[in-house]
Ligand binder design. Structure first.
Ligand code: BMA
Length: 362
């Protein structure tokens, strides 16, 4: 069911959702710079700690999915110790009237999972049709550093932990919704994630494969952080899970630029080959969404937009992007899938492994 959202563009509060500027007025990429691709909900921020049914410091960085006629968010909630847990919020229109669980839905379990001692953060939710359940990739914050853990659920009421699957430091992970054929005739799950090697100058997005979601291998770098003045120099990390489209896997990622005023978290797009997700077909040179509104610019961590979930309304082609604002609140922006793909068609194809501005170390 599509519900008309009230969204605003950069310059006008009454521009309809998903509309894009006349390409005749467009910049070199065919559209004016990317912020017009996404439209902020006029009700932003849609969830804050003030909406919470129990004491919370901040609510942000939520995984998202659609279950029948409900939008289900798995929201990161930070308490006043600085530790995070995950809580489910459900809404019929995906914008308002959220029914929020009265306590943590998925709390850290350090007694059985030592890696969760300092909390669980930033969930990404993927429906696995072949297994008939959702898989949640989240950051387990261990005293040895953050790492990637997986859990599964069918109803967002009870959860079963698969366990830690990537050692520290690693975060920003999500599983693809289907398996891929391997040259040995088997089918493998795939996951994007972001390891950080100590002593390295950059943090890149990697892809890995698994026969069973437990054992992971075939690790390789997929997208590299750029260098120097680039908006995504230094660190990049996956946003929501990859979205299957007719033209490839749509990937939204964050790029971090370190400035004298702190880190800026902005978003860029990439497209991966449908059958061989190790192949990057397109990558945007420009960011397409950036902290501009007050709730994105000011908060616990200023200048951060950090999406972990999106959903696609297939009949209308509208994407709803749920993102954390300044590590403090949860916000919503919409875009038309056709606009994102149209934009990506005009973006460069990275040269396999060897593009000069795509190499982190020389
Ligand atoms: C990242 C993660 C996110 C956070 C972001 C900005 O490393 O920890 O949870 O939103 O930094 O602070």
């Amino acid at each position: 069911m599509k519900i008309a959202l009230q969204c605003e563009s950069q310059s006008s509060a009454d521009q309809p959702c998903g509309s894009v500027p006349d390409p005749a007025e467009a910049g070199p990429a065919g559209y004016r710079v990317g912020s017009e691709l996404f439209h902020r909900c006029v009700d932003n921020p849609i969830l804050t700690a003030r909406n919470w049914p129990y004491p919370a410091h901040t609510v942000f960085n939520a995984g998202a999915c659609q279950i029948r006629d409900e939008t289900v968010l798995l929201v990161r909630v930070e308490d006043r110790r600085g530790h995070s847990h995950l809580t489910v919020a459900r809404s019929k229109d995906g914008v308002s009237n959220w029914q929020i669980d009265s306590q943590a839905s998925f709390a850290p379990d350090p007694a059985n999972h030592a890696e969760e001692e300092w909390g669980v953060e930033d969930p990404r939710v993927t429906w696995l049709e072949d297994r008939g359940h959702w898989v949640i990739a989240y950051t387990a914050y261990s005293p040895n550093g953050p790492l990637v853990s997986l859990a599964q659920t069918q109803d967002f009421t009870s959860f079963h932990r698969i366990g830690a699957v990537m050692s520290p430091e690693n975060k920003d992970a999500a599983v693809f919704p289907r398996r891929f054929a391997h040259s040995d005739g088997t089918w493998r799950y795939a996951m994007l994630h972001r390891p950080v090697a100590s002593g390295s100058a950059g943090a890149n997005i990697w892809i890995s494969f698994s026969p069973d979601l437990v054992h992971w291998g075939g690790h390789q770098v997929l997208l590299r952080a750029r260098r120097g003045a680039w908006w995504d120099a230094g660190k990049i990390g996956l946003g929501p899970p990859p979205l299957e489209t007719a033209e490839g896997w749509l990937v939204l990622y964050h790029g971090v630029r370190v400035t004298a005023g702190g880190c800026l978290y902005r978003l860029g797009l990439a497209l991966l080959d449908l059958e061989d997700p190790c192949r990057v077909i397109r990558r945007s040179d420009e960011w397409v969404f950036a902290p501009e509104s007050p709730y994105e610019r000011l908060g616990d961590v200023n200048g951060v937009v950090f999406p972990c979930g999106w959903s696609l309304d297939k009949p209308s082609g509208e994407i709803r992007l749920y993102y954390g604002g300044a590590d403090t609140c949860l916000a919503l922006a919409t875009a038309q899938l056709s606009d994102l793909l149209g934009y990506l068609r005009k973006c460069p194809t990275p040269h396999a492994g060897n593009r000069r501005d795509n190499i982190p170390f020389e």
